[in-house]
Design a protein around this ligand. Sequence first.
Ligand code: FAD
Ligand code: N01
Length: 548
Amino acid sequence: MEPESVDVAVVGAGFAGLYALHRLRGLGLRVQVMEAAGDIGGTWFHNRYPGARCDIESLQYSYSFDAELEQEWNWSERFATQPEILRYLHHVADRFDLRRDISLGTRVVAVAFDEAAGTWTVTTASGREMVATYVVMATGCLSAPQTPRIPGLEAFAGEVHHTADWPRGGVDLAGRRVGVIGTGSSGIQAIPELAEQAGELVVFQRTPHFSVPARNTPLTPEKTRYWKDHYQELRSLAREDTPTGVLYDFATFSAQAVDDRARDVEFEARWDKGGANFAYAFKDLTVDEVSNDYAAEFVRRKIREIVKDSAVAERLCPVDYPIFTKRICVDSEYYDTYNRPNVLLVDLRQEPLERVTEAGLRTSAQEYALDVLVLATGFDAITGALGRIDIRGVGGLRLKEKWAGGPRTYLGLMSAGFPNFFMITGPGSPSVLSNVVVAIEQHVDWIADCLLHLRSVGAQRLEPTVPAEDAWVAHVNALASATLFVRAASWYMGANIPGKPRVFMPYIGAADYRRRCREIAGTGYPGFAITVPGAPSGEAPPSPRQPA
Ligand code: FAD
Ligand code: N01
């Protein structure tokens, strides 16, 4: 049987895949989306653990591509819950009639370039094949859950649940002994809720994370009205004038430009207001060690104030990496949870984890009896989902091998040797260091403009040149090296995955990035080799139009 043939194969149906389908279909292209999960939603389908919600305000953490969609949707809270965000994505899928071109329960296992035909063959786990001129990987930065190899895990008699693969029907925790490994954003959101529901909760912490209060509240009609009335200008400001794609109050001066009192007043005001806005109290918190330590010390002081048992408070205080170099957590009553009588904090640095037993979890000090074990152990981030697919480019070059020393891309959008193969929020783009929905829309729009350009010049093939890619990788690294980010063993660095190269993967500075992408698209795609049948190979033809 002949394989199906489409113009664009999109892998993944989260925020990125859904918008890619809508936008590229709008160009008159035949698009097919393949999604491994049983339904759409991506992150918001998989991460159903109690307490899951966004940490960028929903009025900003949402699509901006359609004004009517913006006006008709109402968010109920400052930071929406997972079910509400999932409902929103379902609304989007229905509103734009997306489902008819999405194959659910369809895991892509291989994507291979056919040099002679100049097309890609996409193979699914069930053996279905699809031939596509272009491939768009919308597989997500935080979609490959990481389960650590803990001896004995398979022998545990109770239930084990990863936060990123939480059962659809929920988990009954009432009266049960629950253990949680992991105190990153997922653990920190889940722990207060798990403590409410469980009989006893034991938190196994290896490294404490810094967390600031969310101060989540219902959204007032006035605030919603204001945003709806000003969406266009507010979104534009977030996109064009911020390093994060989010409107925060960005300070313009150093933490060292003010005295101790003024500094504390500023930190305190932001702590009271809630959210990641705290990270922008001074302009140099991620680049200057002294300034950074002021912020870190402020948070440690708060932990000591909130947590009544001083020994527990000390265990919760991060001390061995700069604040903000791991994604800042945004919580609801996280530190207060340790004042509850049914919550125990076990410091795995003091008593290392030895194994999971049939009855629970054993550290070097003792065995903890458990009925349920929650793994809030994170993700093989940014490159993980791509690495789980056998991707082969020109000459059978495997992406995984090419990236053995760390990912190599141009603009985080494409990689040399992989023509017509695009990545949304790929390594080397702002992705997780920005509002990811904003990053997704920018990438999808860039790709759409690029395909229009190729069509208008009669080109068949586009890929980055090796020198352009090398220069981009060096540029991304140089930006990171000028900050404190490289000082933490974070998932941004690949440090949470044994054997993964330690390379800082995201691009720092979303607005600058956007300008560069626009400039490249507007000047005939320098750094890309564009092949037009009949024209000398590798020559980029002149741009007939300026992209929007
Ligand atoms: P995803 O939503 O991850 O979707 C990728 C899809 O691809 C998944 O459905 C997956 O099943 C599918 N897929 C992967 N591999 C394959 C394959 N081989 N074959 C077929 N399908 C495949 N970002 C923010 O900016 N703000 C936030 O507040 C925020 N909160 C978050 C909260 C949580 C709990 C998590 C885990 C992440 C959060 N993020 C946040 C990041 C979030 O991942 C992005 O905001 C966004 O949802 C990513 O959308 P996406 O479509 O790129 O990827
Ligand atoms: O994952 P993480 P996450 N033994 O990697 C521990 C987004 N997100 O899912 O630090 C013991 O941050 C590990 O310990 P250590 C957001 O971008 C957003 O929490 O390696 N412990 C760490 O404590 C976020 O940054 C929200 O010492 C082990 C934890 O597991 C990203 O997703 C909510 C271990 C993993 O933390 C990832 O967050 C949720 C082991 N063998 C997620 N292995 C919002 O709030 C791992 N750990 C919007």
